[in-house]
Ligand binder design. Structure first.
Ligand SMILES: Cc1ncc(COP(=O)(O)O)c(C=O)c1O
Length: 493
């Protein structure tokens, strides 16, 4: 029998001298073994102690690699049990889904809604108004971070030497280096540190890009956005002086033909890993088409990678930037979903193309926007693996919540629960006369806030009738209460 250590290939892990390089080596090898079918769902991996000894690396290197692989969904680890290859990934898993790594988001469907409104079952428990429950999207499980890790990060920030100097507008070099290393581990591309700029959230990143395009072009930039799509991002770009054009999305993400037909644009903003809010994943074929079109037309593609860390079903999806050979993708990621939107910290990874200089100049002109103390704390959370551990934990919680939603809504006639393969929100749509605004108002009367899908539209009518339910910040009982309220509101249609 071939030993696991031989499958991994000791020499390949050894190629890197530093610890994070060795961790990346183990991660990449295990991923490859799952992808080529050498390892299949349920296969046990050696313990971290045994594998570390066999590879001749520190145990922490293998622990970090397993955490990373668990975090990405390739394996499942449990205290006191062998780590195992997760179900539904790898060669066998991919064969059963239509689009390879870019799996589209199969909805959990009930039969079409032709029956009477009363076909919607009554809520399972009564929903006393009580405290107002905010089930609108946007809040992750902020309180799940281990308090000792959180405190250690802030102690590190307090312990950072005081100095008589201005902050670097590009961001703290250490945070940028940690972000670059993390992208290499989890998003399939490892940018040079000088291509990473720190921004004040995704919204500031988008406004920065719009301003940079304006300066670079010497005119109002025209930017295509997904319809329906991210409202705050649109607001940020219009405030920075851009004209926006909405482009329809289908079950594979933005429609590239409609984009091409929308007339010349200077940039397009997309959420290919989990379309916001509808939840589709752009299949690899469409990714290639989008990039080819952008390369041909000289259009910047802004990849908003806002919640890619949370993939509940299907193989993890690499970033669009990982496929970009033409230097057209500007990647945006951040800590709003992985940690807390209130830290107001994101980053952009500049493409190799000409817009980069303009974005850097705009960053310098605006100056630093994220307090250096915050950046030190975030760098500490990344360097020590605390954020990775946090992600491993909350990912499992989110998967449970996602399953709870899927289970409760699966049999409901006429309802469709979408966007559930990843992220922290679900979209519930229905056919029939009830308007989203009426359902939202009735749900609010039961003490639960959800968002109407039409709030995300650029063009009225681009979204189906439905609501968006954020489950990142809800406990399972709270989620139950939110679903009760929603079902109650729908039953009253
Ligand atoms: C599509 C999308 N992008 C980005 C973000 C994060 O934005 P910010 O970093 O400005 O909090 C969100 C938050 O809900 C989002 O929905």
């Amino acid at each position: 029998m071939v030993r696991f250590v031989d499958q991994i290939g000791r020499s390949r892990v050894d190629q890197s001298r530093d610890r994070s390089g060795k961790t990346a080596g183990v991660v990449a090898r295990v991923r490859a073994l799952v992808q080529d079918g050498t390892l299949t769902a349920g296969d046990a991996l050696p313990s971290t102690r045994v594998l570390a000894a066999e590879l001749g690396v520190a145990r922490g290197t293998v622990v970090a690699a397993y955490e990373q692989l668990d975090g990405e969904g390739w394996i499942r680890t449990r205290q006191g049990a062998a780590a195992r290859v997760a179900a539904g990934v790898g060669a066998a898993g991919r064969a059963s889904v239509p689009h390879g790594p870019g799996v589209s988001s199969p909805a959990v469907r009930g039969p079409a809604l032709h029956g009477p409104a009363s076909a919607v079952p009554a809520p399972s428990v009564s929903s006393p108004p009580g405290r107002l429950l905010d089930a609108r999207p946007g809040t992750p499980a902020v309180t799940a971070i281990a308090p000792k890790d959180w405190r250690a990060a802030w102690r590190a920030a307090a312990d950072a030497p005081l100095r008589n100097a201005l902050a670097d507008p590009a961001g703290l070099p250490e945070l940028r280096a940690q972000v670059a290393a993390q992208l290499g581990l989890s998003r399939g591309f490892a940018p040079d540190v000088d291509r990473v700029l720190v921004t004040g959230g995704t919204s500031e990143a988008l406004s920065l890009v719009a301003e940079a395009l304006r300066n670079h072009l010497g005119r109002t930039p025209r930017i295509a956005v997904e319809d329906p799509g991210y409202r705050s991002g649109r607001r940020a770009m219009t405030s920075a002086g851009a004209d926006l054009v909405g482009v329809v999305v289908d079950e594979d993400g933005i429609d590239v033909d409609a984009l091409a037909a929308a007339g010349p644009v200077d940039a397009v903003v997309v959420t290919p890993t989990h379309q916001y809010p509808l939840g589709s994943v752009m299949p690899v074929a469409r990714r290639h088409r989008l990039l080819a079109w952008a390369g041909r037309t000289g259009t910047l593609v802004v990849e908003d990678d806002y919640d890619s860390e949370f993939r509940h079903r299907g193989a993890p999806v690499p970033a669009l930037a990982a496929l970009d050979t033409a230097g057209v993708v500007l990647h945006v990621g951040g800590f709003s979903k992985t940690l807390d939107p209130r830290v107001r910290c994101s980053y952009v990874v500049l493409p190799s193309g000409p817009v980069s200089g303009a974005v850097t100049a705009a960053r310098t002109a605006r100056g630093p926007v994220v307090a250096e103390t915050v950046q030190v704390a975030l760098a500490h959370l990344l360097r020590t693996g605390a954020l990775r551990r946090h992600l491993g934990r909350v990912r499992r919680d989110y998967t449970h919540r996602r399953e709870a939603i899927a289970t409760r809504l699966a049999g409901v006639p006429g309802l469709e629960a979408r966007a559930l393969n990843g992220g922290l929100h679900a979209v519930v749509t229905w056919s029939g006369p009830a308007t989203a605004r009426a359902v939202v108002a009735r749900t609010a009367r039961s003490g639960v806030l959800v968002s109407a899908l039409d709030e995300y539209e650029v063009t009225p009518g681009s979204a189906p009738a439905g609501v968006v339910l954020g489950y990142g910040g809800l406990t399972l009982p709270e989620l139950d209460r939110a679903i009760d309220a929603l079902l109650g509101a729908l039953a009253a249609r």
